[in-house]
Design a protein around this ligand. Structure first.
Ligand SMILES: Nc1ncnc2c1ncn2[C@@H]1O[C@H](COP(=O)(O)OP(=O)(O)OP(=O)(O)O)[C@@H](O)[C@H]1O
Ligand SMILES: [Mg+2]
Length: 476
């Protein structure tokens, strides 16, 4: 039984109102076409077995009067919120599990940098990785990368790593190895505060010659090596989970990669898993050749049809509520299997449904609330931050279609030269609104953003060229 199946079983058990033996009347709330689609009765594949777990759960639920109300709404349309049923990610969870277990045995294994568009479930996966690691008695340091300069980056790391060190080895029990790791960390922290701007509350004498080279990559390598050795001594592993990796500066990402490269060479039980927008695979700069050997870059994407059906139906089943096959057809047509869209639509459908099973009519009624919720929050927050020229750029891209667009084509539509619009394009990439899947092309980081742009900005209006001000690079 996989870890996820176990988790689902536990969740299902907890959600059970009344434990009862199965009877066919209850199974009847899942229409036969849906049961076939979900693979019920097929013994192969995780999807089949997971489905069966839910069907078993629903057998045991009091379904005569399932509550379809605000209190029981099982959908989770919130950033980073672990869904009731984490569907379609078994392979990644398994690879992470294997990674930990191999490192524990002193074996090398490629780590991962998860890449994917907004709202596909990267943060949720990192959260699951953290849970897996903690369950395996690994030490976990979680960071959300921000656009910090190197000094601030060092401070944040210092503070997190210091907590991790103290968790691995409480101060009262420090041996030489722990004292050394603390000394190296102290040097690392002090290097960040040479101008006195940082209050480092750490009364440990810095260890001269380690972690104090003044170069991020060398210093971080010293720190991770000494922490890795300490963790290994204590029979622990140590995992650094970094979300929004695309916001790390090139030097910062390179430093992490070089440090991990060294710990891998030394076979220490320490690893780094990142998650971010698709361009990060390109960002590793000079460290690229290491990165390609050290990491896999698995893509986290939308769910396939059968998985999306499960993502809609499983949370409802745990509440004793079914989805009709037509309703699932309509729901998939609207969401195309994007995890965030699934949660948002599921949430809105549940809000309008009166009883089990959920029907296509419920989905039709919920559609307006769903679309206006997406427009008003998920999409709108991104557009609110843009200048008129950036807005025009996004609008021109939308006009050209949802696929990646060539910079020269966008410029042509806007009546400008590519070179004139280069800074605007770069800013949009920097803000995480666009990414470059292939050199010379840009694509939206948010699924369906093109259609939103056409709705939100009905006409393409390109602001007249202006002379560029010194501090406003996007205004030409
Ligand atoms: N495998 C999944 N099945 C169903 N729903 C999921 C799955 N993974 C994530 N979700 C849901 O999708 C939404 C987005 O998840 P999450 O915040 O992890 O995405 P993200 O990729 O980190 O997005 P962003 O790039 O904006 O940070 C959440 O509402 C979450 O509950
Ligand atoms: Mg996220």
């Amino acid at each position: 039984m996989t870890r996820k199946t176990r988790a689902c079983r536990t969740r299902a058990r907890n959600g059970v109102a009344t434990a009862r033996a199965a009877n066919s009347a209850r199974l009847g709330i899942i229409p036969p076409p849906l049961r076939d689609r979900l693979g019920f009765g097929q013994s192969t594949g995780r999807l089949g077995s997971l489905t069966q777990v839910y069907l078993l759960a629903v057998n045991r639920v009091q379904v005569q009067n399932p509550r379809v109300d605000a209190v029981t709404n099982p959908y989770t349309p919130n950033a980073g919120a672990t869904p009731e049923a984490l569907i379609g990610r078994d392979e990644l969870l398994d690879s992470f599990d294997i990674l930990l277990r191999r490192l524990e045995r002193g074996r090398a294994e490629q780590s991962m940098i998860l890449t994917g568009l907004r709202g596909v479930g990267k943060t949720v996966l990192l959260g699951e990785f953290a849970r897996l690691a903690l369950a395996a008695k690994w030490e976990v340091v979680e960071l959300e990368a921000m656009k910090h300069d190197d000094k601030r980056f060092r401070q944040v790391l210092f503070s997190q790593l210091r907590s991790a060190l103290l968790r691995i080895s409480p101060r009262a029990r420090w041996n030489d190895r722990a004292r050394r790791a603390a000394g190296v960390l102290s040097s690392f922290g002090l290097t960040a505060s040479t101008d006195g701007s940082v209050a480092v509350t750490w009364d440990i004498e810095p260890l001269e010659g380690a972690g104090d080279h003044g170069e991020l990559a060398l210093d971080l390598t010293d720190v991770l090596v000494s922490l890795g050795e300490l963790a290994a001594d204590h029979g622990h592993g140590f995992v650094l989970l970094v979300d929004e990796v695309q916001f790390l500066g090139e030097r910062q990402l390179e430093a992490v990669i070089q440090a991990i490269h060294r710990t891998v060479q030394l076979r220490l039980p320490i690893t780094f898993v990142g998650a971010g927008l698709p361009q990060i695979a390109e960002l590793a700069g000079d460290a690229k050749s290491y990165a390609e050997r050290l990491f896999r870059f698995p893509e986290v994407g939308s769910l396939e049809r059968s998985e999306a059906d499960l993502a809609f139906s499983s949370p409802a089943l745990a509440e004793g509520v079914g989805w009709e096959a037509d309703a699932l057809d309509a729901a998939y047509a609207l969401t195309q299997g994007y995890p965030y869209f699934i949660q948002e639509l599921g949430y809105q459908v549940w809000s309008v449904a009166q009883a089990s099973p959920i029907t296509a009519a419920d989905v039709a009624v919920a559609r307006e609330a769903y679309e206006s919720k997406l427009d008003g929050s998920f999409f709108r927050v991104r557009l609110d931050r843009t200048t008129p020229l950036q807005t025009a750029y996004l609008r021109a891209m939308a006009e050209l279609g949802p696929e990646p667009q060539k910079a020269s084509e966008v410029a042509k539509l806007m009546g400008r030269e590519s070179t004139q619009l280069g800074p605007t394009r770069a800013e949009l990439i920097d803000m995480g609104l666009l990414f470059t899947p292939v050199h010379g092309y840009a694509a939206f980081t948010v699924p369906d953003f093109d259609r939103f742009m056409l709705r939100a900005v009905p006409e393409l209006v390109v602001p007249p060229p202006r002379h560029r001000k010194k501090d406003s690079p996007s205004d030409e």
